[in-house]
Design a protein around this ligand. Sequence first.
Ligand code: PLP
Length: 223
Amino acid sequence: MNTTAYHKILEELRPANVQLLAVSKTRTPEEIIELYNLGQRDFGENYVQELAEKHSSLPDDIRWHFIGHLQSNKVKYIAPFVYMIQGVDSEKLIMEIDRQAGKNNRQVRCLLQVHVAKEETKFGFSEKELMDLAGFVSGLRLANQIKQVELAGVMGMASLTDNNEQIRNEFKYLKGLFDRIKSELPGDPFDTLSMGMSGDYQIAIEEGSTMIRIGTLLFGERK
Ligand SMILES: *Cc1c(COP(=O)(O)O)cnc(C)c1O
């Protein structure tokens, strides 16, 4: 764990009031506790089983974020404790999160995942589909048919490239979509734009990110 990097990143975030999500996938509970002891409380994982195991062995006041592709049939394993699900991209998934969160009598914050990076074709969907999904949730919310899901914003990833202009344009696109959905969504606290990782977080902050997701800079290269 790199204490110097942690404090440097926090310094950079402070003026822009951006949140830091520490991405702890593949890291040991001991590594996570080191960062926890410095005051970090938001951690992100992208495998359901790994997340459930870490949750059960680590302090209760950690806010766990799921940041990967979540299958509907696995929602039940994380619904009892997950704070935020970053990356919902279907009506089916949202309905299942609402159902499982209801069983546990909790609210779960969700971010709509926007696929802009050129690597992400597999789960990709268009702007129109995204607006439709936001409208779908909003409609159910107003009809009181969705009670436990809070649509809290948008998450996205830029392409893996050295071309900073391309990265910047992808972040600009995400910010534009975020603003548009926010203006069309009454009733939900649409306040989180999760974009920026170890290699591109400075550009993301310049383009309006409210939450960066950092693994490598804090914990070193993943094996
Ligand atoms: C792994 C991961 C990160 C962190 O990436 P680093 O380059 O290690 O900072 C951020 N977001 C998502 C969705 C990830 O899967």
